[in-house]
Design a binder for this molecule. Structure first.
Ligand code: G6P
Length: 630
């Protein structure tokens, strides 16, 4: 299991996907909280919980694994009264999705209940300190640590909850959006945020808190967006009291909420796919959080620490995966072989499981899967285990079947991916591959320290470079308009950009139903060149790396046959851009990282072509997000 008891939790990272709702006012809180959680369901989650403070000053906490409806069923015969409460949908980051780990968390005394989005990076050291001071923990979460840290400050400093939260957050490294309810204070909520969004709705004699405006829409139009490192006291009959954690007073800026529900869920984008494409700078940063350490010239992958030796001395590392995850694995194979000099094979899980592969206990098999539920990948894991190999996982969904079936693994932490066509999951998987390659290279000594540092620093800059790519992709829509009616499209790239060609073609066929093929550029002469004519657009990933001149020759060959050329080029490119009909620039980067940038405009190209053809982008025909059958 990824998250076995042995697991080192220190390297998990923050995602913003959990949902927070809180209420204080003149109405019964429970129906408002449940309705709010349901409106946040689009974010994806694995458990839900609610805490309500009733008139008798009892703080009732109810939690359920699964859906909000499971929580509702659970509380059917319980006391759900109270005009103040907090509620949460959790997407697991620390420990498995179960009731114990679900929020809200109660402090040791039972006086405060807290919900939290984000991650407390230094929670292990805080937990150890608190344990010395007599605190005990029921869950594996960082949230329970934060709850008790606040209580500890409150008790030892003799301050009120508002002040205790402010002081406690000065000891916290990481990201958070929190809401707290306290016994004896039925008219007050305390909230704070850093790096994780939070909005407060101001109603008539009532207040709402939520992780985005979705639960608030229709209840009030007056909202205040809390800034990073601000703590808020929300008290009935009083103005919002906001301070920074550095103890500086701040004035609430009340804004009018104008969005409708649908546009908020999709963060203003028309489709989840585009929202997820635009999340990629954040996701890649989150995937690296707590793992990539440029200051120490190292990478730490806590989830697989106890298997590093086996990886280093493996006869082969064998990736098994399907679809987009297979493409990410292919990028990974280039990275690991080049940097760590370990032999890597990449297998379609569906083929691997039936072709009686030669796998021995000296091999390490790594299953790569966004959903963690793909039937063929699970079957491949079982086969590899039967053959005695160590099986690791690279997976997005915590507690999923694949994460449970593997010996250990690395979570990608891309958050829930709702669009059926995978986008941010791919970039997060490739980011994990890069970190794995660098870690193995470090252990094996296959890179000089200075060289590794350059690679680590460059990886650290990738989120900004993806953002640049997004910011400069406006014209991709024009390219889409030009080619939306073609019947075929060819994608060509070499080395690490060959998987990018495959992924670009897959995106296009998945969502626009245009036939598209990805090929290693040099293979064009062995077949696809016969297809080239004036109606055939060819996408070249022509970044300025080792095979650049050879790709330029391929471009010339297509041009000579009247084919149309869309070229993804590096910023400083001179040659390719002269020959192409359309050019898409990406920032200069280390060649092995170019898939992290070059894939992004191809996702956008496929997206616009599909939209212009009137296709259902988020739910393409015949495809499923999670293929749990053979
Ligand atoms: C389906 C999805 C693809 C995904 C593939 C593998 O075909 O539509 O987007 O790449 O399954 O899924 P996994 O969850 O194992 O990565």
């Amino acid at each position: 299991m990824f998250f076995s008891k042995k697991c080192n939790f220190a390297f998990l990272i923050f995602i913003t996907m959990c949902g927070i709702v809180a209420y204080v006012g003149h109405q019964e809180a429970y129906p408002i909280l449940i309705e709010g959680l349901k409106r946040l369901e689009y974010r994806g989650y694995d458990s839900a919980g609610v805490a309500l403070l009733n008139k008798a000053d009892q703080l009732n906490v109810y939690k359920a694994k699964g859906k909000v409806s499971d929580l509702e069923a659970k509380v059917a015969d319980k006391d759900i009264s109270g005009h103040i409460g907090i509620a949460h949908t959790r997407w697991a980051t620390h420990g498995e999705p179960n009731e114990t780990n679900a929020h809200p968390h109660l402090s040791k005394s039972g006086n405060i209940a807290l919900i939290h989005n984000g991650i407390i990076e230094n929670y292990l050291s805080l937990r150890k300190e608190l344990e010395k001071r007599g605190f005990q923990f029921k869950s594996s979460t960082d949230t329970e640590v934060l709850t008790n840290l606040i209580e500890d400050v409150q008790q030892s400093e003799h301050v009120d909850l508002f002040e205790a939260v402010r002081i406690a957050l000065n000891h916290v490294i990481g990201a958070y959006a929190i809401a707290i309810v306290e016994k004896g204070h039925p008219d007050q909520l305390i909230a704070a945020r850093k790096g994780s969004p939070m909005v407060i709705g101001i109603g008539d004699g009532e207040y709402f808190i939520a992780s985005d405006a979705t639960p608030i829409v229709g209840r009030t139009q007056k909202v205040v967006y809390i800034e990073d490192e601000q703590v808020v006291r929300i008290k009935l009959g009083e103005e919002l009291h906001i301070k920074t954690i550095q103890d500086v007073e701040a004035i609430p800026y009340v804004q009018e909420l104008k969005m409708n529900l649908d546009s908020i869920e999709k963060a203003g984008f028309d489709h989840f796919m585009m929202k997820e494409i635009y999340e990629q700078p954040t996701i890649v940063r989150d995937t690296m959080r707590g793992r990539l350490h440029p200051e120490a010239n190292t990478v730490r992958l806590g989830g697989i620490i106890q298997y590093e030796k086996q990886l280093l001395y493996a006869d082969n590392i064998v990736f098994v995966a399907c679809g987009t995850s297979w493409h990410a694995s292919l990028v990974g194979s280039y990275m690991i072989e080049k940097l760590a000099k370990i032999r890597v094979k990449v297998e379609y899980a569906s083929e691997f499981r039936y072709r009686d592969p030669v796998v021995t206990p000296h091999d390490v098999v790594i299953a790569v899967s966004q959903s963690g539920e793909t039937a063929d990948t699970l079957a491949a894991i079982n086969l590899a285990k039967e053959k005695g190999a160590i099986v690791l996982g690279i997976c997005n969904v915590i507690g999923s079947s694949i994460s449970r079936a593997t010996d250990a693994g690395i979570y990608t932490h891309a958050g829930p991916e709702i669009g059926v066509a995978s986008t941010k999951a791919f970039t997060s998987q490739v980011t994990v591959m890069a970190m794995l390659a660098l870690r193995l290279a470090e252990l094996k000594g296959t890179m000089k320290d200075e060289e590794r540092l350059e690679f680590i620093k460059e990886l650290d800059s990738i989120p900004e470079k993806i953002q640049w790519t997004l910011d400069h992709s406006g014209h991709v829509k024009d390219i889409a308009a030009k080619y939306k009616d073609v019947r075929n499209m060819l994608y060509l790239g070499r080395l690490q950009n060959y998987p990018v060609a495959l992924e670009g073609a897959l995106k296009l066929k998945e969502i626009s139903y245009i036939h598209a093929e990805g090929y290693p550029a040099a293979e064009m002469k062995h077949g696809p060149i016969a297809l080239i004519d004036k109606d055939m657009p060819v996408v070249f990933i022509a970044t300025n790396h080792s095979t650049y001149e050879k790709v330029i020759s391929n471009i010339q060959e297509v041009k000579a046959r009247d084919g149309k050329i869309i070229a993804i080029v590096s910023q400083k490119d001179v040659l390719a851009r002269k020959m192409a009909d359309y050019v898409i620039e990406i920032p200069e980067t280390e060649c092995l990282y170019s898939p992290l940038l070059a894939t992004v405009p191809l996702q956008i190209l496929a997206y616009y072509i599909a939209v212009m053809r009137g296709c259902n982008v988020d739910q393409p025909r015949n495809l499923a997000k999670s293929v749990t059958v053979e």
